[in-house]
Design a protein around this ligand. Structure first.
Ligand SMILES: *Cc1c(COP(=O)(O)O)cnc(C)c1O
Length: 410
């Protein structure tokens, strides 16, 4: 087994060798510009782009490849969807509904629109991170032009009831955007079945290259229109000007084809590894808490809070395992994650939370090693923590007073 171990697959994933193989020729001998309509080099590039467009369309259930707009990634797709709809449908209304646990690309796009006079409702979530479709229904006004809710959360893995949300949007004639970056290729995602009108995704979360993504834009029932973010050559049906990143697009297409073929088997494998990791940690350590829902979550996601442990010290101690803290370092302070805060996780627990992201190339051996190291490191830090000692004393006292009450396994 090689270290460091990569277990942060929600941040990015390595390019699958099969993806890289298909990309390589498009950097050199097949270097044409897909918009060059007048010679063979252009036709060759265009054909490769067309094939990739079809592969993406098939993975997300688009009814036509024309609905696939290539962008630089999910951040751009989220910006284009939200700002593009807001501007195009300004006459119709100025109200947008989203959710408190969305990715920054969605939340900050909404914040930018608020500064320009739009009104945004940020729906709260329950203890597992679910939005309540009834609350969504209540938030809709006759000025609502867009609902933006992600399929699956990038920190806690919670999978929202997207089909229900799509149905409500359809009933009320409101455009439904979905940041499906974490869900596509991991859980079944079908824009028809789920009633999604706009969908963001990115290649580098599904074993494709960085810097290439997609915005799916529904062309019929209803035909969704957008104001473009960029002015220029009118590529991608005028929605996203700029010379196409052909090698990136080819890689994204291949990544989508593999995901479609292997998703079911891969998901089952990830669930097995995740449950093993979870059980390994939860049976050996007390005062550990699962963030997100036990089953309605992304197959490869595990998010755990370790009481009486400083998250930063824990990560420092685990240098040979690449995982993410559920807090973001800002210049001045360590901010607890907005997602955990929305779930109501207490600040000290939020600071001691770790997100594990299992991926295609993780092995059982790596999971075993990770369990062993987590248990060692948490125990070592707790042995030095005055809070932990106090908590142990408190719990012993409680047991002496009430000997019949068993401490429940978490
Ligand atoms: C990673 C991620 C993004 C950003 O994608 P980029 O392609 O890196 O811009 C947006 N939304 C979610 C949910 C993500 O996980």
């Amino acid at each position: 087994m090689k270290t460091p171990i990569y277990m942060d697959n929600h941040s990015t994933t390595p390019v699958d060798p099969r993806v890289l193989d298909e990309m390589v020729p498009y950097f050199s001998e097949k270097f044409g510009n897909a918009a060059s309509r007048n010679h063979a080099f252009g036709w060759e590039a265009e054909a490769a782009v067309d094939e990739a467009r079809e592969r993406v369309a098939r993975l997300v259930g688009a009814s036509s490849p024309k609905e696939i707009i290539f962008t630089s990634g999910a951040t751009e797709s989220d910006n284009l969807a939200i700002k593009g709809v807001a501007e195009f449908y300004r006459e119709k209304g100025n109200h947008i509904i989203t959710c408190a646990t969305e990715h920054r690309a969605v939340l900050d796009s909404c914040k930018a629109l608020e500064r320009r006079g739009y009104r945004v409702t940020y729906l709260s979530v329950d203890q597992y991170g679910f939005v309540d479709p009834e609350k969504l229904r209540e938030a809709i006004t006759d000025k609502t032009i867009l609902i933006s809710i992600m399929t699956a959360n990038n920190e806690i893995g919670t999978i929202h009831p997207i089909k229900e949300i799509g149905k409500i949007a359809k009933e009320r004639g409101i455009i439904f955007h979905c940041d499906a970056t974490q869900g596509v290729g991991k859980i079944p995602t079908d824009v028809g079945e789920m009633g999604i009108d706009l969908l963001s995704m990115t290649a580098h979360k599904i074993y494709g290259p960085k810097g290439i993504g997609v915005l799916y834009v529904r062309a019929r029932n209803p035909r969704v229109q957008l104001s473009p973010g960029l002015d220029g050559g009118g590529h991608e049906r005028g929605m996203r000007s700029g010379t196409l990143n052909v090698p990136g697009i080819v890689g994204l297409g291949k990544a989508c084809q593999i995901a479609k073929q292997e998703m079911a088997e891969e998901a089952a494998h990830h669930i097995r590894l995740r449950e093993k990791l979870k059980d390994g940690i939860f049976t050996r350590l007390d005062e550990v808490y699962l963030n997100g829902h036990p089953t309605q979550r992304l197959p490869g996601n595990l998010n755990v809070s370790f009481a009486h442990v400083d998250g930063e010290s824990l990560l420092m101690g685990l240098r040979e395992i690449a995982v993410s803290p559920s807090s973001t370092c800002t210049t001045a302070s360590l901010e607890p994650s907005h997602v955990l805060r929305a779930l109501g996780v207490k600040e000290n627990l939020a600071h001691s939370s770790i997100r594990f992201g299992l991926g295609r190339f993780n092995t059982e051996e790596e999971v075993d090693y990770t369990i062993k190291r987590i248990v060692e490191e948490v125990s070592r830090l707790r042995a030095m923590s005055p809070f932990h000692k106090q908590a142990q004393r408190d719990s012993r006292n409680k047991q002496e007073v009430q000997p019949k009450i068993e401490r429940k396994a978490i």
